[in-house]
Design a binder for this molecule. Structure first.
Ligand code: C2E
Ligand code: MG
Ligand code: MG
Ligand code: MG
Length: 294
């Protein structure tokens, strides 16, 4: 195929492809080094983004991983997570994320910082497919002294690609231990509706792609349908990537339970997140809505 494109085209693309390969190699090397030194110092950090009810009551937060490469600078999780998955580094890195989340829960409890009921962490399908994932995760959380029910494990539909039965079994084991389970990015994967009804899920997260076009005056069949499915299956529905008040108002009309997005707050480092919580506590804006039981 390269030949068909002509000699000049090939020559044009070569240096570019080389630099892409170089950067990928450098990222992979950096990631390996960073994961290997996780015990001592770390170039990883968790940021936290609040999740609130549609009326503004605090529900919890999602932990989002950040990584700074020593020379390339900040690398987006959409770039380094796939590399961690392909190299198998995701298992150690994912365990660190859960350990860190537990440490923050303990710390915030000790300082009476109210961040809501639960803290969510993202779990890669590769982690879920690892035979030791359930045991290791249970041990990690127990040793940290955190109730599993305070942790939401965010899975994606691709978790099912390892085989439905295997994934189902793992999910039931996790739910049995007491973890909350959420399906992340819902609507972007391949899972059928019959699968969805069999999964022990507590929460359905509606992908941002269904949220960005929401307008109060426009009919929104897909978002409306997803909220409905979640509710009928007894799950909490959370909208991702809510950026405007009009999107929030539309989600309210549709009966969506909660939301997360820049409208409320962007993901913040732990210190700034706690400051945000405290400032919110002081102004207590949504207090009236909450008293009415929102
Ligand atoms: P996700 O779990 O679906 O996380 C939501 C993403 O949307 C986050 O991107 C968040 O920063 C972004 N976001 C939040 N509110 C808004 C908004 O109002 N508008 C827009 N445009 N974006 C918003 P981020 O932090 O870059 O993470 C991207 C993805 O990387 C995550 O998607 C998740 O799949 C993955 N990821 C992040 N941390 C971890 C982790 O610790 N482990 C694993 N396995 N994956 C992770
Ligand atoms: Mg997520
Ligand atoms: Mg998502
Ligand atoms: Mg995503």
């Amino acid at each position: 195929r390269a030949k068909a494109a002509g000699r000049n085209a090939v020559r044009l693309f070569e240096p570019e492809m080389q630099s892409v390969a170089d950067e990928r190699l450098e990222l992979e090397r950096g990631l390996r080094a960073a994961v290997e030194s996780l015990g001592s110092e770390t170039s990883f950090q968790l940021h936290f983004q609040p999740q609130v009810s549609i009326r503004g009551r605090l529900l919890g937060a999602e932990a989002l991983l950040r990584w700074r490469h020593p020379t390339l600078g900040d690398v987006a999780p959409d770039v380094f997570i796939p590399i961690a998955e392909e190299t198998g580094l995701i298992h150690a890195l994912g365990a660190w994320v859960i350990g860190e989340a537990c440490a923050r829960i303990r710390e915030w409890d000790a300082h009476r910082v109210d961040f809501g009921e639960h803290l969510a962490v993202n779990v890669s399908p590769w982690q879920l497919a690892h035979p030791d994932f359930v045991d290791r995760t249970e041990k990690l959380v127990r040793e940290a002294g955190v109730q599993p029910g305070r942790i939401t494990l965010e899975l994606t539909e691709s978790a099912l690609l390892q085989g439905f039965e295997a994934a189902l079994q793992t999910m039931y084991a996790l739910a049995g231990i007491g973890f909350r389970l959420a399906l992340d990015d819902f609507g972007t994967g391949y899972s059928s509706l019959s699968y969805l009804s069999q999964l022990p899920l507590h929460e359905l997260k509606i992908d941002r792609s269904f949220i960005c076009g929401l307008r109060p005056e426009a009919h929104s069949p897909l978002a409306s349908f997803i909220v409905d499915v979640g509710r009928r299956l007894g799950m909490t529905t959370i909208a991702e990537g809510v950026e405007s008040e009009s999107q929030r108002a539309t989600l309210d009309t549709l009966g969506c339970d909660g939301l997360q997005g820049y409208l409320i707050c962007p993901p913040l480092p732990a210190g700034a997140f706690v400051a945000w919580l405290e400032q919110r506590e002081n102004t207590r804006h949504p207090a009236r809505a909450d008293e009415r039981g929102a």
